[in-house]
Design a protein around this ligand. Structure first.
Ligand SMILES: [Zn+2]
Length: 294
């Protein structure tokens, strides 16, 4: 057999192994999760898919993105930015919610291609310096993918301006140690609404097997998760910005919004408190079961 043929067969073998992994559906045929971009409220636009949120905000002096989509999602994000009538070269800032591979997708490409500055919390940056495996890049589809270490680190309590937008930041560890929370005002037709973002809800990183594997033998991440929610649940939030679509029922709400027959369903002053409370209850249950099984 020729060397060329052997190399090709090895490649097909690796590809089959990847496709057989239970996680591969997150990366294969991402176009099946495509969502038409839409204006969510004021200058906030949705450009993510039906699983991972990506929001684009027109600050009046450049575009800001909250999160960078799934690994392998770059083309659809660029497509959506053009489709809304914006130019991807104007994306000046990307704020990463946390370090996982389904949130960092287009960050490196945007930095290299458009000079976009990447922001992440200092806590999360430290995690990536010391334990890059937490990103789960090793589960992803692209061996060339590197973690997009940030250009700027955001600290607890920071208040930063991006064009006309002023954002307040908190660090809400739990899902990962340095998840970000963001609060900002957005105006539409002279009405100002307070927006709130909580950057990481998944329980996947709170499971016993996972925590034992990373050396968190006292399940501190679960306590951090509960404490983080307690620190922000009383914030006044009229519009919750989702991290994943399920956090805010994004797909059904977008259909209502686009039908234009009802009030904007994303304006919901109860959702933040209810959803954060619901997620906290799930973790409190895990903590309760710890003591029962101990
Ligand atoms: Zn995550």
């Amino acid at each position: 057999m020729s060397k060329l043929k052997k190399e090709y067969e090895l490649y097909i073998k690796r590809q089959k192994e990847f496709q057989a992994s239970p996680l591969s559906h997150y990366w294969i045929h991402q176009e099946e999760r495509y969502v038409e971009p839409f204006r969510l409220f004021g200058n906030i636009y949705y450009i993510g898919d039906s699983w991972v949120c990506v929001h684009l905000i027109d600050t009046g002096d450049g575009l800001l993105m909250i999160d960078a989509g799934n690994t392998g999602q770059t083309a659809s994000i660029i497509h959506n930015i053009w489709k809304l009538g914006f130019d991807p070269t104007n994306v000046k800032w990307i704020i990463l919610s946390h370090c996982h591979l389904d949130h960092i997708g287009c960050a490196n490409y945007f930095r290299r291609m458009f000079g976009t500055k990447i922001y992440m919390t200092d806590v999360e940056t430290e995690v990536m310096r010391n334990s890059p495996e937490i990103s789960a890049l090793q589960d992803g589809p692209d061996i060339t993918e590197e973690f997009p270490m940030p250009d700027e680190e955001i600290r607890e309590g920071d208040c930063l301006s991006f064009g006309s937008l002023r954002m307040n930041f908190k660090i809400v560890g739990g899902h990962t140690p340095g998840c970000i929370a963001i609060f900002f005002d957005m105006k539409e037709n002279e009405v100002v609404k307070r927006c709130g973002y909580f950057g990481g809800f998944g329980y996947n990183c709170l499971q016993t097997e996972y925590l034992l594997d990373i050396g968190d033998t006292r399940f501190q991440a679960r306590r951090d998760y509960v404490n983080s929610i307690n620190r922000v649940i009383d914030e006044k939030v009229d519009i919750m910005i989702g991290n994943h679509c399920n956090d805010v029922d994004l797909i059904p709400k977008s259909k209502i919004l686009l039908a234009g027959v009802a009030e904007n369903p994303f304006i919901d002053p109860d959702h933040w408190r209810e959803y954060l409370g619901f997620k906290r209850d799930g973790v409190l249950k895990m903590i309760e079961e710890e003591t029962q099984s101990a």
